[in-house]
Structures are given as C-alpha cells and as structure tokens.
Design a protein around this ligand. Sequence first.
Ligand code: ADP
Ligand code: MG
Length: 264
Amino acid sequence: MSFATTGGVDMLAGISLEGLSVSFNGVRVLHGVDLSIGAGETLGLVGESGSGKSVTWLAALGLLPPRAKVTGRVLVDGKNLLDLPESKLAGIRGRRVAMIFQDPASALNPMLTIRRQIGEALSLHRGISGASLKAEAKRLLDLVGIPDAERRLNAYPHEFSGGQNQRIMIAMALAGQPDLLIADEPTTALDVTIQAQILDLLALTQRETGMALVLISHDLGVVSQVCDRVAVMYAGRVVEEAKVEELFDRPAHPYTRGLIGSLP
Ligand code: ADP
Ligand code: MG
C-alpha cells in the first residue's frame, strides 16, 4: 500500500467509501453509501438511531460479523480494503485507522491495569517496550488529561469515572498514532459537562496530531462544534453532505431541516 508522505512520516492520504451496501439476513440496512475523508480533515456523521452510521464504518473496517453481506468499495490509495485478507486489515486498524465507541466498558478489559492495556496497544502498533513503554503510556494519559498519570497507570478501569474511561479509550486509540480516528458517539453516554470536555479533547488532539477525524453522533450540535464538513444519514443512505455553514444556511433534505430546527 502506498501512502503520501508528510514531513517524513507516512500518512494515509484518505479513505473513500464507494457504493457501500450492507445486508443482514437478506435485509439491506445500508444502501450504497458514498463518503470520503482526506488527510487531516474532520467529518461529522449525523443521523437518527438505526440510520446506519455505525454499520457504515464497521463495514468499512471489516468489523461486522461474518454473516453480514458487504458490497461496494473502501478505497485507500487505490486499494479496496474489502479485498484485503483479515491479516492485512488488522494491521491497518489501530495503526492507520482507530475507532472508539460510545461505551468504554465494552472495549476496556476490567481485569487489566490501564498500563497493560495502553502498553499492549503501544507494543502491538509501535513496537515500544520496556522503560520507554511506561514513559509513553504516561505521556498519553497526561495528554488526555488524566491527573496524576504515573500513579494512575496502575489502576483498573473501575477506578475511573465514565468520562475518564472515555479519555483512556482516546489515549489507547492515539497509542497507534492513527492517521484517521473514527469516534462513534464517544460522548453519548456522558453528562453534558463531561461531553463538552471530551469534545474539546478530540478537537485539540485532532489539531495537534493532524489526524483525520470522523465524529459520529445523533446530535448535529455536537458535530458542528468539532467538524468542518457534515454528512447526514437517513434510513441507510447519505442524504446530504456539506460544509457545516452551508448545511445550516441551506439544508437540502427535510430530515436535516428538522435536525436544525430542533437545535436549542
Ligand atoms: P446507527 O449507528 O445509525 O444508530 P446502526 O448502523 O447501528 O445505526 O444500525 C443500522 C441498522 O442495521 C439498524 O437497523 C440495525 O438494527 C441494523 N444492524 C446493525 N448491526 C446489526 C447486526 N450485527 N445484525 C443485524 N442487524 C444489525
Ligand atoms: Mg451507532
């Protein structure tokens, strides 16, 4: 796979979903989704619950259960990820593209310290080990705003609040220095004040690392704070895609108008 080179570091030039369709048991839930995001861009993906936001990105990264039928193309520098064997895809996930979810409890192992979990990501994706592993794990916890990071590395997930666990998930996603982070409703389970902090953290790390960011949310207010461009999904289709200002000025789809009308 060839990557564009930026400042001596290989960067994913972008990812394009073309005509992505998904069926479960013969029932189609995704109908030919076209979406693309370039290096360093921010894209919001909004739509009501069940509209296909999660399935879109899970399908693109080969994370749906095998019984899902996926067609279309997911292009990364001319290669279709859907044609790659799982062994190659697994290398791309984490290192090139990381994904975080609404519920950190589903992704963090309650039996392992934070140090072990971030450490696994660091050794798997970047080959870091020994003393530098601890230092890098601490740096990541500092970066996402966990106080007293050195000591807290030895704590377990249940010793942190929901918002802190979401910060830890972000640290684990950043451990692989991904070119693209897909954040799937990362703040939905959190209190409003904590939501704002996590959004600020995502926006800040996006700017500092230059990674591309897809922020999935059912809340247009949330994505418009962080993203330059927004795609709107409805019933398994992307019905509209525009820059945030254009979307607010000239919403084309009735569902989008409803979304804007319902904002406080
Ligand atoms: P969103 O993320 O927008 O809330 P999803 O992408 O999770 O919606 O779901 C889109 C549709 O696909 C829904 O109708 C959902 O029930 C269905 N779906 C999602 N995952 C599965 C699955 N693993 N098996 C069967 N149906 C699924
Ligand atoms: Mg979802």
